[in-house]
Design a protein around this ligand. Structure first.
Ligand code: NAD
Length: 343
């Protein structure tokens, strides 16, 4: 059993904790919180030992009925590997602790590539993560881009990618973020950071990305145009998507043309937290003409990196050398198959 600690039990941390708990080969030995909020009560309900970053706040937790198992350092000592899911840039401040204790650790996309010197996506570079001490799982947008670009590259060769990201303004629970009434260029300059971030996983790809933020919380939407090296057909692209364990195909028959309808569909399918771990590629948007391929894909920012974290843990611990086998174990344990044929 791989003993996993989750440092930072927020949007990503709470999902990773539940995904770890669902696996046969790993268990949650603790999660950490900075303050006794609703998520701390969820951790208690799930039975995850609760550790805190600042022990001087122990009484505040105990006053509201939340018992504290110890400090974040205590939690890390008890773990084989730490998933750092603290907010962007906070994770970097935890690296000296993990290094001091000689522990394996993985960070999220809010940190720079340099924190680990290795950026991960299970479909692209699982093997290179085997046995590593430090790994960074790339962001939600980069994960979504890497999965599909790699699949197309394997089949046709990718000459160039141009992607436009329409990003959600905040996660649903974040009441202080915006925008409320604006389309914000993020940034005004081109490229956005997503293109260079894809290169941290797929360094040979030529890519330019542009991004904007809109007033929605549900998902991101990507408009992608790929110039391939060989002629591409719509039927074969659909086949590639259908054969991929982390790509979903939203068929015309479902009548879905928005992120809102997709999330409703995920809820109705009974997905935990209505999470969509897969890229949601709109079948009817796939346009293929010679070496020109275009499509829309929706990305659930809170969910797609969760399954990647599980595969990263397995690769780093070295027990499973095969990417496909790890991906299958992760998906199976979550009862997850990409949306493809269920509509
Ligand atoms: P979040 O704010 O929802 O959760 C972070 C948690 O860490 C909170 O519970 C907070 O209390 C806790 N925390 C803060 N400081 C801490 C400290 N010093 N020690 C321990 N815990 C601390 O953040 P999130 O959205 O889950 O993001 C976490 C990471 O995942 C970031 O790097 C982010 O960029 C990345 N990420 C986020 C999303 C997303 O859409 N939310 C998607 C992909 C990747």
């Amino acid at each position: 059993m791989i003993k996993v600690a989750i440092n930072g039990y927020g949007t990503i941390g709470k999902r990773v904790a539940d995904a770890v708990a669902a696996q046969k080969d790993m268990k949650v030995i603790g999660v950490s919180k900075t303050r006794p909020n609703a998520e701390a009560f969820v951790a208690k309900q799930r039975g995850y030992p609760l550790y805190i970053a600042d022990l001087s706040k122990k009484t505040a937790f105990e006053k509201v009925g939340l018992s504290v198992a110890g400090s974040v350092e205590d939690m890390c000592k008890a773990a084989d590997i730490i998933v750092d899911a603290t907010p962007g840039d906070v994770g970097a401040t935890n690296k000296p602790l993990y290094a001091k204790l000689g522990k394996k650790a993985l960070w999220q996309g809010g940190e720079d590539h340099e924190i680990a010197g290795f950026s991960f996506n299970s479909s692209c570079n699982y093997k290179d993560a085997i046995g590593r001490q430090f790994v960074r799982v790339v962001s939600c947008n980069t994960t979504g881009l890497c999965r599909i670009i790699h699949a197309i590259d394997n089949e046709y060769g990718v000459a160039h990618v141009h992607a436009i990201m329409v990003r959600r303004g905040s996660d649903p629970g974040e009441i202080k973020k915006g925008p409320i009434d604006a389309i914000v260029l993020d940034p005004v300059s081109v490229p956005s950071h997503h293109g260079p971030d894809v290169l941290s996983v797929l360094p040979h790809i030529s890519i330019v990305t542009m991004a904007m933020i809109v007033p929605t919380t549900m998902m991101h939407m990507h408009a992608i145009r790929i110039t391939t090296k060989k002629d591409v057909t719509k039927d074969r692209v659909i086949e590639l998507v259908k054969n991929h364990p982390r790509l979903g195909l939203i068929k015309k028959t479902a009548g879905i043309r928005s992120t809102a309808e997709l999330k409703e569909f995920a809820m109705d399918l009974g997905r935990q937290r209505a999470d969509l771990y897969e890229n949601c590629i709109f079948e009817d948007s796939i346009y293929a003409n010679k070496t020109d391929l275009c499509f829309f894909q929706a990305i659930h920012q809170e969910a797609d990196v969760v399954v990647e974290n599980i595969d990263a843990i397995r690769a780093m611990m070295g027990g499973q050398k095969d990417a496909a086998a790890s991906i299958k174990s992760t998906n199976d344990a979550l009862g997850f198959t990409p949306i493809q044929n269920n509509h």
